[in-house]
Design a protein around this ligand. Sequence first.
Ligand SMILES: [Zn+2]
Length: 241
Amino acid sequence: MIYSPAGIYESACYQKSNPAAVLVDTDIITQAPVRFLVSGMGDALATWFEARSCHATQALNECGGRGVSTLSGMNLARLCYDTLLEYGLAAKLAVERQLVTPALERIVEANILLSGIGFESGGLASAHSIHNGLTALEATHAFYHGEKVAFGVLAGLQLTDASPVESAIVYAFCEQVGLPTTLADLGLAGAARTDLMKVAEKACVPGEFIHHEAVEVSPEKVLDAMLAADAMGAYRKRNSA
Ligand SMILES: [Zn+2]
């Protein structure tokens, strides 16, 4: 992704060919801050929901050309989500203690391989556009891509009228591994409505992935979805204390 010098999202740039190899040393990953791994999970969390949205509307995937999702892309995207739910917490705890475990290996596979193939073959939708919108506000620049994407997933579920049961599973996952579930978690406590509207407007510019959703999208709807996601996140924090 390409950002302006001020840290605002500008465009996505894809290479003409895939890498010949991707090498990941899980020993090194356990030496890195756990927030990196968790942020990767936040990005991977979007893969299934965005692929599902693109499949529903036959929106173009991210392979270039005129491609739409494939069975393999859809299934790997789903496997990505299921793997996060199953092994995410264990992988986080392992990295906190600098341990290489099978759970960590599976999350590395989900974060890099399943999410990579899943998004490329499945396509992107509201979560990444809301991420892109959030970069309009400087307060979010201290937060990683995957952290903003995770909140984009929660807002996207509100926007697309996902079932509350499904939504609760995603909140619980985010809470478990430490991904943002409120605007305050992204440095936006008390943000002015006019500023949040800038986020929503940026998320909805023509050509944004959010238009791959089946619902008709407008900045007003996106703003309300973000505020609804924030309200639910805050409610759950209050009631779990
Ligand atoms: Zn991403």
